[in-house]
Design a protein around this ligand. Structure first.
Ligand SMILES: Cc1ncc(C[n+]2csc(CCOP(=O)(O)OP(=O)(O)O)c2C)c(N)n1
Ligand code: SF4
Ligand SMILES: [Mg+2]
Length: 301
C-alpha cells in the first residue's frame, strides 16, 4: 500500500481571490497560512505597506476577518489596545495580530513593539519581511541585506549597493524579554503553520519574522519566487529557528547548506555582485550561522 503523507495544512481559506498583489508575491501566502493557523476569530492590525494595500477597499475586500487600518508607528500599541478591549468584554477566544512590513517594524514601528514587549502584551506580532519599503517603490529599510540594490542604494558603481547589515530584530526583542519568537518562510508552509499554532497558545507577546519575496523588489521571475525563498533557508541566509523564554532552537535542520551564490544569482537585485563580494557575503552568512548555533548551545546548557 502507498504511504500517503498526512496533509496537515487546514483547507479553510480566509483570503479571497481578487487581491491585488503582484504575481509571485509572498505576502498573500503568508496571510493565508497565518489565518489557516489562527482561524476566523482573528483581528489584524495593519499599517501602511503592501500587506494592507493588496487587500483592496471595502466592500471589495479580500479578507474574511476584521482589519484595523492603523498608523504606521503604532501597530503593536493598537493591537494591545484591542486586546485590552477584548479583555474588558470577556472575549477570550479571539487572536489579536499586528501585521506589519519590515520597514513598519524594524524602523518605524519599533518603539511601539518594544513597549508592547515591556508590557508583555498578549498579541501576536507578525513582520512581513520583503527586505525593503516595497509599497513606495523599493527603498532600503533596516532589513535590506548587504549587497542589495534598492532605489535608495542604486548600483551606479561598486559602492552604491547597500553596505549596512540587516538589523538583528530577533536578538533585540530577545534582549527586550520577549516570551516567544520564531522565523518562518513562505516556502515552508507546514513549518509556518506549526509556529503560529505554537504561538497562539502562549500568553504574552509573540513575534513571528516571515521571509516573503517581492518579485519587482528582488527583481525575480514570479515563477521562481518560492524557489528563491526556499534557497534563503537552504543556504543559511534565513535560518528557521525559534526562541522560547530565551532558549534558541532550530526548527528546520539544514544538513548541507548550499552556497549563497545560488540564492543571490537568481535575483536581479544582487546580480551586480562580483566574486569578491559574493565570497564576503558567504563569509558573513557562515559567521552568522555559527553565532546562531552557539546561541542554541549556550541557551540550552
Ligand atoms: C508615517 C508614514 N510614513 C510614510 C508613509 C509612506 N509609506 C506607505 S507604505 C510605505 C512602505 C512600507 O514598507 P514596509 O513596512 O516594509 O512594507 P512593504 O510595503 O514593503 O510590504 C511607506 C514608507 C506612510 N504611509 N506613513
Ligand atoms: S510590490 Fe512586492 S510586496 Fe508589494 S504586492 Fe508586489 S510583490 Fe508583493
Ligand atoms: Mg517591506
Amino acid at each position: 500500500m502507498v504511504n500517503i503523507p498526512k496533509f496537515t495544512i487546514p483547507k479553510e481559506e480566509y483570503v479571497c481571490k481578487g487581491h491585488s498583489a503582484c504575481p509571485g508575491c509572498g505576502t498573500p501566502l503568508a496571510l493565508r497560512y497565518t489565518l489557516k493557523a489562527l482561524g476566523k476569530r482573528t483581528v489584524l492590525n495593519i499599517p501602511a505597506g503592501c500587506g494592507g494595500v493588496i487587500l483592496g477597499v471595502w466592500p471589495s475586500y479580500a479578507l474574511k476577518v476584521p482589519v484595523v487600518d492603523n498608523a504606521f508607528e503604532c501597530t503593536a500599541a493598537v493591537a494591545d489596545g484591542i486586546r485590552a478591549g477584548f479583555d474588558v468584554l470577556g472575549v477570550e477566544d479571539a487572536y489579536v495580530v499586528g501585521w506589519a512590513g519590515d520597514g513598519g517594524t524594524v524602523d518605524i514601528g519599533l518603539q511601539a513593539l518594544s513597549a508592547a514587549v515591556d508590557r508583555n502584551a498578549n498579541i501576536i506580532y507578525i513582520m512581513l519581511d520583503n527586505e525593503a519599503y516595497m509599497n513606495t517603490g523599493i527603498q532600503k529599510s533596516g532589513c535590506t541585506p548587504i549587497g542589495a540594490w534598492t532605489t535608495t542604494t542604486p548600483v551606479a558603481d561598486e559602492k552604491g549597493w547597500n553596505t549596512s547589515p540587516k538589523k538583528r530584530i530577533m536578538e533585540m526583542l530577545v534582549a527586550n524579554g520577549i516570551v516567544y519568537g520564531a522565523t518562518v518562510n513562505v516556502a515552508f508552509p507546514e513549518d509556518f503553520i506549526a509556529r503560529l499554532r505554537e504561538a497562539k497558545d502562549i500568553k504574552g507577546t509573540k513575534f513571528i519574522h516571515v521571509l516573503a519575496p517581492c518579485t519587482p523588489g528582488w527583481r525575480i521571475d514570479p515563477k521562481k519566487s518560492i524557489e528563491v525563498a526556499r534557497l534563503a533557508t537552504q543556504t543559511g541566509i534565513f535560518p528557521l529557528y525559534k526562541v522560547e523564554n530565551g532558549r534558541y532552537s532550530l526548527t528546520k535542520e539544514i544538513k548541507n547548506r548550499k552556497p549563497v551564490r545560488e540564492y543571490l544569482m537568481l535575483q536581479g537585485r544582487f546580480r551586480h555582485l562580483k566574486e569578491e563580494a559574493i565570497n564576503q557575503i558567504q563569509k558573513i552568512v557562515d559567521e552568522e550561522y555559527a553565532r546562531l548555533l552557539k546561541k542554541i548551545k549556550d541557551t540550552n546548557e
